[in-house]
Design a protein around this ligand. Structure first.
Ligand code: ADP
Ligand code: MG
Ligand code: ZN
Length: 511
């Protein structure tokens, strides 16, 4: 208070002197400016620990609340056991772990894992994100790192806990290879982290364990991965079907579900979803129930929610009646080929515009797949091409609505060539001339185009009716579509090897 007053009086006096030309004003103003700048800088430095200023987060997330990830959970628990059974570890002379690196795509539960680790080991939990350590001023990040470790220890002592877990999210931001940035700040911060970890005692209480997360482990400075630092890497991948089911079961807890809800079915349809997306899906479904003023969440609401998470919110676009008809024909083409080539893969057909799409067919993957045979890739190319080819069959011309389909189809064809599944056989991707790749992609596409045209032909007369039905209903479930398709197949006595198994018709509910 007194300081500010003196400064004020000083400035006023100087201005007064300047006014009466007793002293030169400019150099004085310059000096004052410098002083203020220096003062601000020092202030920033002394308040550096902003990154972890908040009190350690209190939570009680347990491993039971993390769905799927069985492998990662087991590995992490094993690694954590040294904190729980210290005597045993000591008697065997094992060097305890200092750092664990969780790697995997966003939303798979890495943060949850770190929190569960703290609960499991009864540790203080502190978290920060890599980006919080990156500042314009050299030295600030390093100061924050120092502070975080100190705070972890003092808090553990205060709460009389034996250990503390420091969680650093997005460690790639501060842990990228040194020397890559023009800015020294990054290097200093990373060096400080390494120093802290090297200096961490592995015998004295409280023990500190650093858990870090990244989806770019390849970016990290190799010094971080050396023994004694993050020497345990645990992969937290996208969940498989069982994992998704488990996550859904966890997420629907406390939500009133209608009798027709089949979580297994939803798990099957959500290949590629992360835990965070599944959480959002369940939440969206409940919001739909609220909007419709229902007291229960139904399977159909889940279906809409999947569409929303995949394709985006319904848009207000209003296609003309002719356009709607054409979209229905187009989508019906996709659906017919999908079902003829791989029975029971159509989840539903809709012509309600969503995101960038005017309509779409959602396919149910038969199973999670990580490898594909050439037949499967070709089938998928056929499905992609079938939209515009159905338009051609029905109207005699195509439209601009198939751009994305073509991108998808040529992407699949490209994969085939690069994986050595085309007629030119094994290739070295790096030395494959663009022109050769192009020729092969064209060859594959035109061959499958003919194939799709042939497969669609028998349906020429029947497309119009059912397309109109889609226009009237906006959305058609897989079961109803299959029933129609089977009828048409019977009528034409199409005895294809891939014709639909009659016995399984209409056994599905909802979707
Ligand atoms: P990450 O750190 O890998 O990006 P988070 O742990 O922050 O992912 O997950 C974000 C949210 O997604 C969580 O709060 C939770 O609701 C949900 N979630 C993600 N993975 C799972 C999982 N395996 N089990 C249950 N919920 C999950
Ligand atoms: Mg996270
Ligand atoms: Zn299409």
């Amino acid at each position: 208070m007194i300081k500010e007053l003196l400064i004020g009086v000083g400035i006023a006096f100087a201005l007064f002197l300047g006014y009466i030309h007793v002293i030169q004003l400019m150099p004085l103003l310059f000096l004052v400016g410098m002083g203020v700048a220096l003062w601000v800088l020092l202030q920033r430095r002394s308040t550096a620990p902003a990154a972890t200023k908040e009190a350690p987060v209190k939570h009680n997330i347990t491993f039971a609340e993390i769905g799927g990830q069985e492998h990662a959970k087991r590995e992490l628990q094993e690694a954590l056991d040294f904190l729980r059974h210290r005597e045993k570890i000591k008697s065997l002379g094992i060097r305890p772990l200092k750092g664990i690196l969780l790697t995997g795509p966003p939303g798979t539960g890495k943060t949850l894992m770190a929190k569960a680790a703290a609960t499991y080991t009864d540790s203080v939990f502190m978290s920060a994100s890599g980006s919080e350590f990156v500042e314009m001023y050299v030295g600030v990040g390093a100061q924050r790192i120092r502070d975080m470790f100190r705070r972890a220890r003092t808090t553990a002592k205060k709460e009389s806990k034996d250990s503390a877990i420091i969680f650093i999210d997005e460690i790639d931001v501060l842990g990228a290879r040194r020397g890559q940035h023009s800015h020294q700040e990054y290097d200093q911060t990373l060096n400080q982290l390494l120093t802290e970890m090297d200096g961490m005692s592995t015998t004295q209480s409280p023990l500190v364990l650093v858990v870090a997360a990244t989806n770019r482990p390849d970016m990290l400075d190799t010094a971080l991965l050396r023994p004694g630092r993050f020497d345990r890497q645990i992969k937290v991948d996208l969940p498989d079907k069982e994992g998704r089911l488990h996550i859904l079961q966890i997420q629907v807890k406390g939500k009133p579900l209608a009798k027709d809800v089949n979580l297994e079915h939803i798990a099957r349809e959500t290949f590629g979803f992360s835990g965070a997306q599944l959480e959002s899906l369940v939440n969206e479904a409940a919001i739909i129930a609220l909007r419709q003023e229902k007291t229960e969440v139904t399977q159909e609401m889940f279906r809409d929610a999947v569409d929303k998470v995949l394709m985006g919110e319904k848009t207000g676009r209003k296609p003309t009646p002719e356009e709607l008809q054409r979209v229905a024909v187009h989508e019906l083409g996709h659906a017919i080929i999908s079902e003829v080539m791989r029975p029971k893969t159509v989840s539903h057909i809709t012509i309600a515009p969503r995101g960038n799409a005017l309509g779409f067919v959602r396919q149910i993957p038969e199973d999670d797949r990580y490898l594909h045979t050439p037949e499967q890739l070709e089938e998928q190319i056929n499905v992609a091409l079938a939209g515009c080819l159905a338009e051609e069959l029905h109207y005699g011309n195509r439209s601009t609505g198939a751009q994305n389909d073509f991108v998808q189809a040529s992407g699949l064809a490209r994969t085939m060539v690069k994986c050595g599944l085309s007629r030119i056989g094994i290739v070295d991707e790096e030395h494959l001339p663009e022109s050769v790749l192009d020729t092969e992609v064209r060859h594959i596409l035109s061959k499958q185009e003919t194939n799709t045209q042939e497969t669609l032909k028998p349906f020429k007369k029947d497309i119009a009716d059912f397309a109109q039905h889609i226009v009237d209903e906006e959305s058609i479930g897989g079961a109803e579509f299959r029933q129609w398709l089977q009828g048409v197949l019977n009528q034409h006595q199409i005895a294809s090897a891939k014709a639909l198994p009659l016995g399984e018709l209409g056994t599905e509910v909802g979707l």
